[in-house]
Design a protein around this ligand. Structure first.
Ligand code: GBH
Length: 440
């Protein structure tokens, strides 16, 4: 039950919440344009026709956010740095102030250097974008590296590739299907080059935030097993194998551009922390000849797999099933696959969309997933932290403001973007107090 105390977590376990720049900052007029600004202007691209031009206005209201973090009692805040903002005059000043305010409040800054808001003039299909990213990372580390010690390079290159370049439901809105894979390779190369740049700047805690969900085959028929294996290779292993093993899953290296072997040496540059974003498993079968759907995501019939509903589970407002044991499965699965090659893991995102201030469903979701995480600890997986997605209701990409993931409600109709803590905020605050007490 959500009222019961949680099991105890190891000393030093890092508790945090996460956001991303494009989803909360607003102040779009004070930065360069990103591929998302361009995408949002395309009619029909965003469910509610909205844009992120103002969002939570966190650019101007970051002090309120820091106060909410302090009140919650988290150890760390995972935010992202907007490349198009850093590219504009004075753009780094914002992150400079944010970092200072976080440190003054006793909260560790954990910036992600890329969370999907690519400068509009750049393109992940171009190899050169990876080198440009490393140059940008060098500038950020040069300015913040004296106070920031934990870095994440990329957020979910899998989603950015598949939703943005293969299926076209996210920016930049391309529908290249398997021809999107070069965008994955160039992001991974960017990750490796960024690790080198951060290392050169003296960073000691470097990671990546990859999405992981167990892939469940629809049946044990040969075709379903093969379809599920391919799906898992493309959605999960294509992004973890290169980083942790220096190789691509079978058959994928041939689809990547450039001198793939040489690039894999860069991509597999050792990291200190492996970030896992977990939401839900996928139930995958052979193609059915028809389009299939997962939540709001449609998978065209011509792809070599189909997605199916996971029955008998509660669903979030997004339509995703609530499957906490999937988190245990992801964590033990990573340990089994990568063994000694797997650095300590941090859950860099986990959370759910539900409406309302008295969000008992979110409390139940978080409670059950923390228990699932604890089972992975008991099974010997080295998990060092957990970040809730998200601190605030925010701009949920193609869903606009319709999906609410926050521990804190944001009134998007008020000019002040009024923030109101939900029941889940108080719940987590009390759990963190217990955890803190246990630490002493
Ligand atoms: C994350 O993406 C993002 O990092 C974050 O910005 C976002 O706001 C948050 O989650 C909530 O959406 O389509 O088969 O993979 C999450 C990516 C992609 C996870 C769709 C769940 C459904 C199963 N999500 N996925 S599948």
């Amino acid at each position: 039950m959500a009222a019961d105390p949680l099991p105890s977590f190891p000393p030093g376990f890092l508790w945090g919440v996460a956001t991303s720049a494009h989803q909360i900052e607003g102040a779009a007029d004070l930065r360069e344009r990103s591929v998302w600004d361009v995408f949002e202007a395309r009619p029909g691209s965003i469910a509610d026709g909205s844009t992120a031009a103002v969002a939570c206005d966190s650019f101007h209201r970051h002090r309120e956010d820091v106060e909410l973090l302090a009140g919650l009692g988290v150890d760390a805040y995972r935010f992202s740095v907007s490349w198009p903002r850093v590219d504009s005059p004075g753009g780094l000043d914002h992150y400079d102030r944010l970092v200072d305010d976080l440190l003054a409040a006793g909260v560790r800054p954990v910036p992600t250097l890329f969370h999907w808001d690519l400068p509009a003039s750049l393109d992940w299909l171009e190899r050169d974008t990876a080198a440009r990213f490393a140059g940008y990372v060098e500038r950020v580390a040069g300015r913040l590296g004296d106070r920031v010690h934990s870095w994440l390079t990329l957020n979910e290159p899998a989603e950015h590739t598949i939703l943005g370049h293969a299926l076209g439901v996210h920016a930049p809105g391309r529908t290249l299907m398997f021809d999107a894979l070069p965008a994955a390779h160039h992001q991974l190369l960017a990750h490796g080059l960024a690790v080198r740049a951060l290392r050169a700047a003296g960073a000691a805690d470097i990671g990546i935030a990859n999405s992981h969900g167990p892939t469940w085959p629809l049946s044990d028929r040969e075709e379903d097993l093969a379809a599920a294996d391919l799906y898992d290779a493309v959605m999960n292993r294509a992004f973890s194998d290169p980083v942790l093993l220096g190789s691509y899953p079978d058959g994928l290296a041939e689809l990547m551009p450039g001198d793939v072997e040489a690039d894999l040496k860069v991509i597999s540059e050792p990291i200190d922390r492996y970030g896992v974003n977990y939401y839900a498993p996928s139930l995958v079968g052979a193609p059915t000849g028809e389009d299939s759907a997962y939540g709001t995501l449609e998978v065209p019939a011509r792809l070599p797999f189909s997605l199916h509903d996971i029955e008998g589970r509660p669903r979030t407002a997004f339509g995703w099933p609530v499957v906490p044991e999937g988190l245990t499965e992801v964590l033990t699965g990573l340990r089994d696959r990568y063994g000694d090659r797997l650095p300590p893991v941090t859950i860099t995102e986990n959370g759910c969309s539900y409406p309302g201030l008295d969000d008992q469903d979110r409390i139940a979701y978080l409670d059950s997933h923390l228990r699932a995480l604890h089972r992975a600890l008991e099974a010997g997986v080295d998990v060092r932290g957990y970040f809730v997605w998200s601190l605030l209701d925010n701009y949920e990409w193609a869903e606009g403001y319709q999906q609410r993931f926050g521990l804190v409600h944001v009134d998007f109709d008020s000019p002040e973007r009024t923030r109101t803590p939900k029941a889940s905020y108080a719940w987590l605050r009390d759990r963190l107090r217990d955890a803190l007490r246990a630490r002493r």
